[in-house]
Design a protein around this ligand. Sequence first.
Ligand SMILES: NC(=O)c1ccc[n+]([C@@H]2O[C@H](COP(=O)([O-])OP(=O)(O)OC[C@H]3O[C@@H](n4cnc5c(N)ncnc54)[C@H](O)[C@@H]3O)[C@@H](O)[C@H]2O)c1
Length: 249
Amino acid sequence: MRLKDKVALISGGARGMGAVEAELFTSHGAKVVLGDVLVEEGQMTAEKIVEQGGEAHFQPLDVTDEGQWSSIVEETISRFGRIDVLVNNAGIYRVASIEETPVDMVRQILEVNVTGVFLGTKAVIPQMRNQGGGSIINISSTAGLAGSANSSAYQASKGAVRIFTKSTAIEHVSAGIRANSVHPGMIDTDMINILLKDPEERRQRISTVPLGRIGTAMDVAYAVLYLASDESSFVTGAELVVDGGRTAQ
Ligand SMILES: NC(=O)c1ccc[n+]([C@@H]2O[C@H](COP(=O)([O-])OP(=O)(O)OC[C@H]3O[C@@H](n4cnc5c(N)ncnc54)[C@H](O)[C@@H]3O)[C@@H](O)[C@H]2O)c1
């Protein structure tokens, strides 16, 4: 029970990594609130956790809306009394060259992936400060560590998340709030179906990973679990890479 009595709020928790983190967290004793724009899937994810004996609640959340962040934070506190962990996990990914990327697409990606993380952080800080601390985990990407072609707006957004995390860590260290970023490589979720559906493309991408496979949502969830727990109490402003060794080359 690595998260016994902790309360966690996870954005983008309806499916993919966020949903798997919610299941893992509750299996380690946490109470979890999930927020997502995918309402039906979010409700189903929360119901599944409750059926398995965990404590979970879903509330619709668009991470770009400051008012919706206020409501989900209020709901979490009124339901479970505190917020120990925020996972800023919601994100969107688009493939296009710089020349083919319309400005609206750039704005949308930055709005969800960067402004969304900023607003989530801003929304939980007062509660975390009042209760003596907390752990904020921002899901960046290996795209935030090194460049690559045809997803430049996404890459820029994830680079911003990396530095924003370090600024959060330094600004709120005296309040006992830790902030760390997680940098997944290729992880088998709906987000990158577009890249992996062609078997030849999949084989080619796997060949770039020293550990020889695509990651799973659970590979990332265990890294997030560590940062959410008190096991990482001396870790803040850090970058945890979960990519099968790809960026170590
Ligand atoms: N899958 C990968 O290979 C990979 C690699 C590195 C980083 N990531 C990052 O991991 C995180 C989780 O991605 P995933 O792979 O589970 O993808 P996913 O698409 O399965 O999940 C993302 C979730 O975010 C939600 N979301 C999108 N916009 C939102 C908004 N405005 N408000 C609230 N929720 C919103 C989606 O509805 C979805 O449930 C993302 O931040 C992504 O950028 C993914």
